[in-house]
Design a protein around this ligand. Structure first.
Ligand code: GLV
Ligand code: GLV
Length: 320
C-alpha cells in the first residue's frame, strides 16, 4: 500500500479507485487546502493528486520527500506544475488531456454566442426589471454565418471549437506551433496562418493555447489594435494569456467589439474595469465543469497515479 494524498475534493469514482489499492488521504473540505496544511499533509506521499488551484513546486515536492513517484494533476493545463522540478526529482507528472475537450469547446462556443448575440446584456436587462420591448433595432448583435473564426492553439480543444464553428457556417483559420493532422485540417477546411494574419481576418478569435512564458500576454494592446473593430475575443484557456487591463481599454474604446472570458489573470479576481463594461461576458472558469467531464478527469488522474505506483507507464504523462 502506498500513501496517496489528494489535495482537494474530487468525484467519488476516482477516490474509490485509489482506495481499492492504497491508503488515501483526501482533503474533503469545500474550501481549498491552505498552503501550510498542504505542505504538512504531503509528507511521506508516494503519489499526489492535485487540482489546478495548487502550486506544485520544488518546495511542495521536497515537503513530500524522496519516495514521491507521481504528481497527477486533475486538469489538462499544467501551468501550476513545475515539470522541470518534478523531472529533476524523478517524479512523473501527468495531466488529463482529451476527456475535457468537448466540454471546454462547448463553453468556448457558448461564450462566442453570448458575446456576439449580447446575451449577458439581455439577461441582465430582463432581471433588472427595467422596461424593455421587442424593437427592430433592440440589442442587435452580429451573426456568425459566413464569418471567420481564428483559433489560437489548434490542439484538441481548438479543433473541437472549430468543428462547432463549421456547423454554424464559419470559416476557420488557425495559428499553431505544429501542423495538425491533415485529415482534420481538410475536414474543417482550416487554413494555417501566422498570428498577424489571423488577427487581421478573424471576426471571432478564440484562445486555446497553453499558458507558458511564451504566451504570457500574447494578447495585449498591439494585438487588439490589429483586430477588426467588429471582432470578439474569447478565452477559455488560461487568464494570463490575455492582458486584462489592456482588454478593458480595448473594449471601452471600441478597438474591438466584444469579449467572453472563462479564465482570468489573477483568479478569482477580475480586472475591475471589465466589471463595468457591458460588452464582455464573464463566467467563472467553467470550461470542464460538467458532472461527466469532472468524473472522467478525476478517474484519469487516478489511473495515472495508480499506473506509476505499480511501475507502469501512465496513460497521459506530461511530455515536457
Ligand atoms: C482546466 O482549466 C484544465 O486545465 O483542465
Ligand atoms: C485537450 O484535450 C487538448 O489536448 O487540447
Amino acid at each position: 500500500m502506498s500513501r496517496v494524498v489528494v489535495t482537494g475534493r474530487i468525484p467519488d469514482a476516482a477516490i474509490e479507485k485509489l482506495r481499492a489499492e492504497h491508503d488515501v488521504d483526501a482533503w474533503s473540505e469545500s474550501d481549498s487546502i491552505s498552503r501550510s496544511e498542504l505542505l504538512s499533509r504531503v509528507a511521506g506521499a508516494d503519489a499526489i493528486v492535485t487540482l489546478l488551484t495548487e502550486q506544485v513546486d520544488a518546495e511542495l515536492l521536497d515537503a513530500a520527500g524522496p519516495q514521491l513517484k507521481v504528481v497527477a494533476n486533475v486538469a489538462v493545463g499544467y501551468d501550476n506544475v513545475d515539470v522541470a522540478a518534478c523531472t529533476a526529482r524523478g517524479v512523473i507528472a501527468t495531466n488529463t488531456p482529451g476527456v475535457l475537450t468537448e466540454a471546454t469547446a462547448d463553453i468556448a462556443f457558448s461564450l462566442i454566442l453570448m458575446a456576439t448575440r449580447r446575451l449577458g446584456e439581455g439577461e441582465r436587462l430582463v432581471r433588472s426589471g427595467e422596461a424593455w420591448k421587442w424593437g427592430m433595432f433592440f440589442l442587435l448583435g452580429s451573426g456568425l454565418q459566413g464569418k471567420t473564426l481564428g483559433v489560437v492553439g489548434m490542439g484538441g480543444i481548438g479543433q473541437a471549437t472549430a468543428r462547432r464553428a463549421r456547423a454554424f457556417g464559419m470559416e476557420i483559420v488557425y495559428q499553431s506551433r505544429s501542423e495538425i493532422d491533415p485529415a482534420i485540417a481538410d475536414e474543417l477546411e482550416a487554413r494555417r496562418v501566422d498570428l498577424d494574419e489571423l488577427l487581421a481576418v478573424s471576426d471571432v478569435v478564440s484562445v486555446h493555447c497553453p499558458f507558458t512564458p511564451d504566451t504570457h500576454h500574447l494578447f495585449g494592446a498591439a494585438e487588439f489594435a490589429a483586430m477588426k473593430d467588429s471582432a470578439t475575443l474569447v478565452n477559455t484557456a488560461r487568464g494570463p494569456i490575455v492582458d486584462e487591463a489592456a482588454l478593458a481599454v480595448a473594449l471601452r474604446d471600441g478597438t474591438i467589439a466584444g469579449a467572453g472570458l472563462d479564465v482570468y489573470e489573477r483568479e478569482p479576481r477580475v480586472e475591475p474595469d471589465l466589471l463595468e463594461l457591458d460588452n464582455v461576458v464573464l463566467i467563472p472558469h467553467l470550461g470542464s465543469a460538467t458532472v461527466e467531464t469532472r468524473t472522467a478527469m478525476a478517474v484519469l488522474a487516478a489511473e495515472n497515479a495508480l499506473a506509476v505506483l505499480s511501475g507502469e507507464t501512465p496513460p497521459t504523462p506530461i511530455r515536457a
